[in-house]
Write a protein that binds this ligand. Structure first.
Ligand code: PEP
Ligand code: MN
Length: 345
């Protein structure tokens, strides 16, 4: 249920409404908007008698049932887009945000050189895996703590914020010490123990869509994060598994449009994992801008042929610079569209 309080509702009235809702067996989350307080109530309580009670309670303007199974992340719950502020950058706002960097952090030289190049080309966030989820146990598993420290040094040198993956709830605190944004990889999208731990974590989360997950399942996983206390979630379309073999995955670009209808959370597109091919990354990136994504997550490496992981889909530094140059006219249009949409909302 969503309960909109009257503009002039008092603190006592709001607290009283929350208490009554709890008596019906629901958990309560209130959001203080500019004009009014909106209360979200979720749980296993009985909705109909609770709605009747609310209609008769002072301070309540309206109370409605949320029909979607995901509550806090739905547009029904919150119409305006969620903006997530990270290190002076806003994701979900009026700027398209590019996150770029290597698949894996490999060495001080590699991450520093990449960080400087992507910052120079206009990226605002540095990506790099320190804990790597690899299909084979014999493949490079990441530098772990050393990787996190190298990312922090690169942030220090360039001012870029850091996004990096966590694989296990055991490592959440350790990764949160270094990262500005914590990535949940496709393979962990439905690791509910991890999602619950990240719900209590003070860092925003970039939640990647599982390779065989539906949009609804993605939103339910985002709901785990918000229901456990973390409202700062961005979703990432990184391609799904289909019968097609020309690309590593099939980039489900329409998912971006669907998500923009269903949720207020920012949506990021990862053209690197979605295609698996460096040559396809710029075209899919342009399409992501056109369809209204909030940003990109792009793999970039100073020498892709020597990369420890995902070399074939990584842009080299010059290719990244050139893609960023070519995106400029599309980004101007993106901004016009975004500002116009905000003005009519
Ligand atoms: C990655 O970002 O390097 C990664 C492992 O992505 P995904 O979880 O989408 O496969
Ligand atoms: Mn990768």
């Amino acid at each position: 249920m969503i309960i909109s309080m009257r503009k002039n509702a008092t603190k006592e009235e709001i607290e009283h409404v929350c208490e009554r809702i709890r008596e019906f067996g629901f958990k309560v989350h209130s959001i203080e908007g500019e004009e009014r307080v909106v209360i979200g109530a979720v749980g296993v309580g009985d909705v109909t008698p609770c709605l009747e009670m609310l209609e008769a309670t002072p301070g309540v303007e309206s109370a409605v049932r949320i029909s979607a199974p995901y509550k806090f992340v739905s547009r029904e719950f919150k119409a305006e887009r969620t903006r997530i502020a990270v290190n002076g950058v806003e994701i979900g706002g009026d700027e398209f945000v590019v996150m770029a960097g290597p698949c894996s952090v490999e060495s001080a030289q590699q991450i520093m050189e990449t960080a400087e190049a992507v910052a120079g080309a206009g990226a605002k966030i540095l990506r790099g895996g320190a804990f790597k989820p690899r299909t084979s146990p014999y493949d490079f598993q990441g530098l772990e703590l050393e990787g996190l420290q190298l990312l922090a040094q690169a942030r220090e040198a360039t001012g870029l914020a850091i996004v990096t993956e966590v694989l296990s709830e055991r490592d959440v605190e350790r990764v949160a010490e270094y990262a500005n944004i914590i990535q949940v990889g496709a393979r962990n999208m439905q690791n509910y123990a991890l999602l619950k731990a990240l719900g209590k974590c003070p860092r925003p989360v970039l939640l990647k869509r599982g390779m065989s997950s539906t949009i609804k399942e993605l939103l339910m996983s985002a709901e785990y994060l918000t229901a456990h206390g973390n409202p700062n979630v961005m979703l990432c379309e990184r391609g799904i598994r289909t019968f097609e073999t020309a690309t590593r995955n099939t980039c489900d670009l329409s998912a971006v449009a669907v998500l923009n209808e269903l949720t207020h959370l920012p949506v990021i597109v990862d053209p690197s994992h979605a295609t698996g091919k460096q040559s396809l990354v710029p075209a899919v990136s342009r399409a992501a801008v056109a369809i209204g994504a909030d940003g990109l997550l792009v793999e970039v490496h100073p020498c892709p042929e020597k990369a420890f992981s995902d070399g074939p889909q990584s842009l080299n530094l010059e290719q990244f610079r050139s893609m960023m140059r070519d995106l400029k006219p599309y980004l101007r249009l993106w901004k016009e569209t975004r500002v116009a949409a905000a003005a009519t909302a």
